[in-house]
Ligand binder design. Structure first.
Ligand SMILES: *[C@@H]1O[C@H](CO)[C@@H](O)[C@H](O)[C@H]1NC(C)=O
Ligand SMILES: *[C@@H]1O[C@H](CO)[C@@H](O)[C@H](O)[C@H]1NC(C)=O
Ligand SMILES: *[C@@H]1O[C@H](CO)[C@@H](O)[C@H](O)[C@H]1NC(C)=O
Length: 343
């Protein structure tokens, strides 16, 4: 299965990364004009900060990878929606899955930029200056070391990722909300790490600093938020023609979603059949599990179309023994294995 997941990484940032790392000196102008689908403001950021563009590409890729991991057992596996979300054309769908994709990508960019700042890889940023020097806290510790400047990363993600939303429609409100939700989840999950100083392990003084959470953790939290995503509709404030805010669809009155809610406008398709309009790649050819009652089982995954069985012989080295002196002798073991794919 692993092979199949990793094979699908066609995100253009990888290409971008390779192109950029060798030719930053060539002039940002040329490169930034070559990246397809950049919004005008994104192009401007690209030109003024070519070093950051590489990090942005890595952050977006990290988001997509996490999306594929979180949805590896689902009919929707992050494929069709998963590509080209930061640099490419906007998604044309307003589903829950699009909501997750936006949130995780925006969080990925914020995470990557913050990490790069902490490691001194980007100009214009570094450790969080507000958390340097001494603070007399009740707990009796002081800020020390390098605190990750998540505010900078979040602000950068906001400036770059959100700049793609140029059309004034309901989906813009949806996308901006989900971008912000992803970044908010990241901010809420920042960690405090501390270290004791003093003779033989005593804690006479303690210094603490903030660190980024592992991105996997953000993936799990956003997956949970996806599970309880809320349907919204856009409301036009009277005389303005543009939709101006979102409210929960099944509510009386004007209840707004909370900051960390993922929001969607349209119900999702069942992702059984390929359909470009809804962003569904279908499940034909997907690996499924013959015995699982869960969504990765052939019944659910293949939507009742049935599955094909492929048999192959798995061969590996086994019963290895060390022989004096000095080599290792192994037998060859083999086993018939089956994999199943959806019709
Ligand atoms: C997702 O599913 C599509 C088709 O159903 C398949 O082509 C693609 O390789 C899968 N991607 C991953 C990452 O598993
Ligand atoms: C910082 O740069 C070093 C050297 O190029 C690289 O190995 C590291 O992964 C970078 N860190 C981040 C967070 O981008
Ligand atoms: C298939 O599903 C069963 C039951 O959920 C599980 O025990 C088994 O490890 C799965 N097999 C594979 C190859 O993932």
């Amino acid at each position: 299965m692993k092979l199949l997941w990793s094979a699908a990484n066609t995100f253009m940032c990888v290409v971008l990364h390779r192109a950029l790392s060798s030719v930053v000196a060539l002039g940002a102008n040329i490169i930034c004009n070559k990246i397809p689908g950049l919004a005008p403001r994104q192009r401007a950021i690209c030109q003024s900060r070519p070093d950051a563009i590489i990090v942005i590409g890595e952050g977006a890729q990290m988001g997509i990878n996490e999306c594929q991991y979180q949805f590896r057992y689902g009919r929707w596996n992050c494929s069709a929606l998963g590509e080209r979300t930061v640099f490419g054309q906007e998604l044309r769908v307003g589903s829950k899955e699009a909501a997750f994709t936006y949130a995780i990508t925006a969080a990925g960019v914020a995470h990557a930029v913050t990490a790069a700042c902490s490691q001194g890889n980007l100009s214009h940023c570094g450790c969080d200056r507000e958390k340097q020097g001494y603070h007399d806290h009740e707990e009796g510790w002081k800020w020390g070391g390098c605190s990750a400047d998540v505010k900078y990363g979040v602000e950068f993600s906001r400036r770059f990722v959100d700049a793609r939303e140029i059309k004034k429609n309901a989906r813009r409100l949806m996308n901006l909300h989900n971008n912000e939700a992803g970044r908010k989840v990241l901010e809420e999950r920042m960690k405090l790490e501390c270290k004791c100083h003093g003779v033989s392990g005593s804690c006479t003084t303690k210094t603490c600093w903030t660190t980024l959470p592992k991105f996997r953790e953000i993936g799990y939290v956003l997956k949970e938020r996806y599970g309880v995503a809320v349907q919204v509709e856009a409301v036009r404030a009277t005389r303005l023609r543009q939709p101006s805010f979102l409210r929960l669809k099944q509510s009386h009155g004007y209840i707004k979603p909370t900051d960390t809610d993922l929001v969607y406008l349209e119900r999702s398709p069942n992702y059984c059949e390929e359909d470009v309009a809804t962003g569904s790649a279908g499940t034909r050819g997907r690996l499924c599990n013959h015995t699982s009652p869960h969504p990765d089982g052939c019944g659910l995954m293949c939507c009742g179309r049935g599955h094909d069985t492929h048999q192959y012989t798995r061969v590996w080295q086994c019963n290895c023994k060390f022989q004096w002196c000095c080599f290792v002798k192994c037998n060859t073991c083999s086993e018939m294995t089956e994999v199943f794919t959806c019709k």
